[in-house]
Each structure stands twice: as structure tokens, then as C-alpha cells.
Ligand binder design. Structure first.
Ligand code: PML
Length: 244
């Protein structure tokens, strides 16, 4: 069977004159069979048009045919949940779980989150050298071409958890990946997670203050285990379906 990759992104022009720039509003992606392309596409456009960040000036939908032979099937990471009273406790818990690999980012986290907020992708942080490895620091590295296997859900609202478990499973399987640290950039969503093949997907129910938009993803990678280009290639190009 042939599949289709569908990607939507919506943006809004903000600022005046020379200061004008396009601000990301909403994005989504799916990998679906031929018969679901139209319905999923319509749902994506609806999602772009009803986003709380405002009306988009641009909506871009890309539809691309992909062959079943090029798709890797993975089991979703096992999910656990940690309840905490405060976001500070949530972050402490996250660092504790990641352990040694997070030492280099602990002090710098507020600064790193401010940097990841405007990025469309994630930060790829090399724990061996303490440096960022994204080829374009403003864009970051985007994990893309992934979906839940047999998902026929046509969802016009973002479901943070459903999308995150798919992404986190793909990321955890990338060459050289040690762990992922995620705090949502949605100011109204305070749950975040840490994930890796060893930890599974650990939801931490409070990772930031309500109303705070600083958030993003930090991929902790070890350049002693794999080449950065192989990791980036996997994240950005490999087609993956996740059994959830
Ligand atoms: C986001 O989509 O903004 C980040 C995902 C966080 C999901 C956390 C969860 O609910 O498990």
C-alpha cells in the first residue's frame, strides 16, 4: 500500500516595515493511506484556521507520496507519569531521571529554553562537547515524517500527548540519542516529559508556570556514539510509523 505524508504549517506576519517577520502559529503532520488524505488535509486546515494564536496569513500544506518499503515501524515507548506540586520539582525530577547526560544543561536551562522558543525545531545538544550541533541555530532540527500506525483519527485540535509520544519514540531511536527533554511552548500547557529508550516516555505533569511561553525540545546527543549527520538525517528524513 502507498502512503502519503501530509504536512501543514501556518504563520502570521507580525511587525512593521523592515521589522516584519513571519511568526509560526500552528503545524501538524501525518502519514496516512490514500483514502484518508482528503479528510486529514481538511482537518489540518481547520486546525490552522482556529488556532488560539490568531488568524494565519499563510497556510502551507504539503502532500507527498511515500512507499511502504521506506517506512520503519517502531513500538511506542512505554509511558509513565509523575505528579509534582510545583514546576521546580518537575524540572528537578526531569534532571534526576536523565542523570549524568543532563549535567551540562541544568544551569543553562532558562537560557536554552528562551533560545528554543522561537525555533521551529529542537536543539541538538552534544553532551560530549557541550556544544549545539544544529546546522541552523535559528531553525533547529525538526523531527519529521512520523505518525501513529493505523491512526484514522482526524483531529483538528492539537492533542499534545498523542503527538508527543510519536515524536519522542522516533527521537529515542535516532543514532547517538541519549535523551529528550521537552517543555511545551504552549503557554496554557504545563506538562512536559523526558524520554529515552531506557527511561521510556516519562510525563511530568508540571514543568513550567501557567502562562509562560518559554519552552521547547532539547535532544541530548552523544557524538562519541554516532555522527551528528546520521542522527539529523534520521530525524529529518526517515519515515516512521509508531505502534501505540
Ligand atoms: C507540545 O506539544 O507542546 C509538547 C508536548 C508535551 C506533551 C506532554 C504530555 O502531555 O505528555
Amino acid at each position: 500500500m502507498d502512503y502519503y505524508s501530509l504536512k501543514m504549517r501556518a504563520s502570521q506576519q507580525v511587525g512593521e516595515g523592515e521589522q516584519k517577520y513571519e511568526q509560526h502559529i500552528s503545524g501538524a503532520e501525518r502519514i496516512v493511506g490514500h483514502d484518508n488524505v482528503e479528510a486529514v488535509c481538511a482537518a489540518m486546515v481547520r486546525r490552522a484556521l482556529t488556532h488560539s494564536k490568531g488568524d494565519p496569513d499563510f497556510i502551507n500544506v504539503k502532500i507527498e507520496k511515500i512507499s511502504e518499503d521506506d517506512i520503519q515501524i517502531l513500538d511506542a515507548l512505554p509511558v509513565t507519569r509523575i505528579d509534582v506540586d510545583t514546576w521546580q520539582q518537575g524540572r528537578d525530577k526531569a534532571f534526576e531521571l536523565i542523570g549524568e547526560a543532563a549535567v551540562g544543561i541544568r544551569e543553562k536551562l532558562p537560557e536554552l529554553l528562551r533560545e528554543t522558543f522561537p525555533m521551529r525545531g529542537a536543539m541538538l545538544y552534544d553532551i560530549a562537547t557541550g556544544t549545539r550541533l544544529e546546522p541552523d541555530h535559528e531553525r533547529g532540527v525538526r523531527a519529521t515524517y512520523m505518525d501513529a500506525l493505523h491512526s484514522s483519527v482526524v483531529d483538528s485540535q492539537k492533542n499534545h500527548f498523542n503527538e508527543a509520544i510519536v515524536l519522542a519514540t522516533k527521537v529515542a531511536n535516532a543514532p547517538g540519542m541519549v535523551a529528550e527533554f521537552c517543555i511545551s511552548d504552549d503557554p496554557n500547557y504545563v506538562t512536559g516529559y523526558v524520554a529515552s529508550k531506557e527511561l521510556g516516555y516519562v510525563r511530568i505533569m508540571k514543568m513550567k508556570e501557567m502562562g509562560d511561553e518559554n519552552g521547547g525540545r532539547i535532544f541530548l546527543f552523544d557524538s562519541r556514539k554516532a555522527k551528528a549527520e546520521d542522527c539529523i538525517n534520521y530525524l529529518q528524513k526517515k519515515k516512521v510509523l509508531i505502534k501505540v
